[in-house]
Design a protein around this ligand. Structure first.
Ligand SMILES: [Zn+2]
Length: 324
């Protein structure tokens, strides 16, 4: 499918949906998430008095986001976001991201990035920095990127074309002409690990990917379609393989610009492969031994270790997949 990459920065194993997960929080069998994530403070979004006080508080931290990037200090195998105090924040679309355990408020502002280079900071996006940020900051950047992407395309009412106004601390927009309210969208996409009766795993190369890059299949959920049906349809369309059982595994926000990746395991009823050459260049069944030797020889290049595609493969392979 066009536009969906096999890589992403934040991971959601074991059926827990979240945004932004550091490698240290992740295990093949589970994940600890809540303690390191900001409280989204949804109840504060309509409380203008609280919002004004938070914006006047010098402890408040503002993350400026532009075209999927924020200022970060990157180096030494780690990254940290660079915040501004409210009085130094640029004009732009403002949205509340949440509050941390110390009660410090975090806002995002959609505006061009300035002050690049100060203290070694430079613009960085999720693809680059998602792996390196703490769990809280990866989640924060994911949330801010998703909201900024939405605001950038939601300036006008889809019903009547009037300019819309920001509402709910940047979590909705309202049309002053017809009163309609509009919310950020997430487009559901499915990504699935298919196995056969010999417990081999189906990996494919998208026509747009470089040679030797293989991953699990993925596709968008169509209107009026369940996620499970989308899994079965995409597998059949792209590889000609029929699947029987489909079970949910975990999800990953992927605001590029606004997808939510829903991960599944699926069981194939046959092994005959017939690729749809429009989207898939080649696809093969791999036993664990096949995959191990293919990765070790360089015949197969795996997805980066923090992507949900990689995680799905690891849940099948078990510990010790080469290249981890
Ligand atoms: Zn309108």
């Amino acid at each position: 499918m066009a536009g969906l990459q096999p890589t992403s920065p934040a991971l959601a194993p074991a059926g827990i949906a979240l945004s932004g997960t550091a490698p240290s929080e992740r295990t093949p069998s589970g994940i600890i998430v809540t303690t390191t994530h900001l409280e989204r403070s949804s109840a504060k979004r309509a409380d203008q008095e609280w919002l004004d006080a938070a914006w006047a508080d010098p402890r408040t931290r503002v993350l400026v986001v532009h075209q999927g990037k924020a200022l970060a200090r990157v180096g030494g195998g780690a990254a940290e976001l660079v915040y501004l105090p409210p009085e130094r924040a640029p004009e732009g679309v403002r949205f509340l991201l949440g509050t941390d355990a110390d009660g410090v408020a975090y806002f995002g502002v959609g505006a061009p990035l300035t002050a690049a280079g100060a203290g070694g900071a430079r613009p960085a996006g999720l693809r680059e920095a998602g792996l390196l940020l703490s769990g809280q900051e990866a989640g924060l950047l994911t949330h801010a990127t998703a909201l900024a992407n939405w605001h950038a395309t939601a300036a006008f009412c889809p019903r009547c074309g009037s300019a819309t106004e920001i509402a709910m601390a940047g979590h909705s927009r309202r049309c002053p002409a017809d009163g309609s309210e509009h919310f950020p969208r997430s487009d559901p996409a499915v990504i699935m690990l298919v196995t056969d009766s010999d417990d081999r795993c189906l990996l494919a190369r998208n026509v747009e990917w470089p040679q030797r890059r293989f991953s699990v299949l993925a596709g968008f959920v169509e209107p009026g379609e369940s996620a499970e049906r989308a899994v079965a349809r995409e597998v059949l369309e792209e590889t000609g393989v029929l699947v029987s059982t489909v079970s949910y595994a975990g999800s990953q926000p992927w605001p590029m610009p606004h997808s939510l990746m829903l991960g599944f395991r699926a069981q194939a009823t046959g092994t005959q492969i017939k690729v749809d050459a429009d989207e898939i260049a080649e696809a093969y069944w791999y036993s664990r031994a096949d995959l191990k030797s293919a990765v070790e020889s360089g015949e197969v290049l795996m997805s980066p270790s923090l992507s949900i595609s990689r995680w799905l493969i690891e849940t099948w392979y078990g510990p010790g997949l080469p290249g981890s």
